[in-house]
Design a protein around this ligand. Structure first.
Ligand code: HEC
Ligand code: HEC
Length: 201
């Protein structure tokens, strides 16, 4: 048998094995969110595991916290010119499927290594955060307090500054305690806190 004819036999076998397409309206993948999440990977990385210092990791994010953020971006309560259009798109696509998709991904913590001295200073300063974000920095799902562990330091620092300047959810009275606390912390200490939380696993 020539290589070409062997190949055609193999291709014939492969064609016979092709699984018929799913009936119309039936999702091709059990994880419907995976297809919908493709646009997000451009900024948030493959499977939501951002490798960038400025983009948050979505992999393993609690679904209820994810939904709150999407709704807040879409309504403009959490102002972000970058996320607002995508948040509206997520609402159209179905926020539950995307929330479930990202919650089901395994978190790969940031590979960015913060300066060891900054991490130690941050560990001390974090005593004020433990009451809400927990000893391990993993937050508290029931209270919609997010995990900070392993998020990129640049993203964490930016968000702390936005809270401090009352630019993240400016009208949300429930975040008042956290914002008041942020206002008491000098900017360079915020960098230490970001270094510390990004180092947690
Ligand atoms: C053009 C880049 C870009 C794309 C594409 C993008 N995002 Fe974002 N996303 C960002 C940025 C930047 C932030 C942080 C914005 C801020 O400061 O609040 C963010 C923040 C988020 C957050 C908040 C995370 C947290 O820890 O609070 C969620 C949730 C999110 N994005 C979901 C999505 C989803 C789902 C998609 C795909 C439908 C998507 N994003 C597409 C840039 C992007
Ligand atoms: C009173 C409880 C409380 C305290 C104390 C607190 N936080 Fe938070 N933190 C929250 C809540 C709630 C959110 C989510 C806000 C939202 O829904 O937008 C949050 C969000 C954050 C975020 C954004 C995470 C993300 O994925 O976007 C960062 C960063 C953060 N906190 C850092 C800190 C640090 C550092 C401290 C200590 C200096 C601290 N927080 C103290 C309740 C608290």
């Amino acid at each position: 048998m020539t290589i070409a004819s062997r190949l055609s036999v193999l291709l014939g076998l492969a064609a016979a094995l092709v699984i018929p397409p799913p009936a119309a309206g039936q999702p091709m993948l059990s994880d419907v969110g995976a297809t919908k999440a493709i646009t997000c990977s451009a900024c948030h990385g493959a499977g939501g595991n951002s490798r960038s210092d400025l983009m948050p990791i979505l992999a393993g994010m609690d679904a209820a916290y994810f939904k709150k953020q999407i709704n807040d971006y879409a309504s403009g309560e959490r102002p972000s010119p970058e996320m607002e259009p995508y948040a509206k798109q997520v609402q159209d696509l179905g926020v539950d499927a995307l929330a479930a998709h990202f919650a089901g991904q395994k978190t790969q913590p940031t590979a960015l290594r913060a300066d060891a001295a900054a991490v130690e200073r941050g560990r001390t300063a974090a005593a004020e955060c433990v009451v809400c974000h927990g000893k391990d920095g993993k937050g508290e799902k029931a209270k919609l307090i997010p995990s900070l562990a392993g998020q990129p330091p640049g993203y964490l620092r930016t968000q702390m500054l936005l809270f401090k300047q009352d630019q993240r959810n400016p009208k949300d009275a429930t975040l008042k305690a956290m914002k008041t606390l942020m206002k008491t912390i000098p900017d360079e200490r915020l960098s230490d806190l970001a270094a510390y939380y990004s180092s947690l696993r």
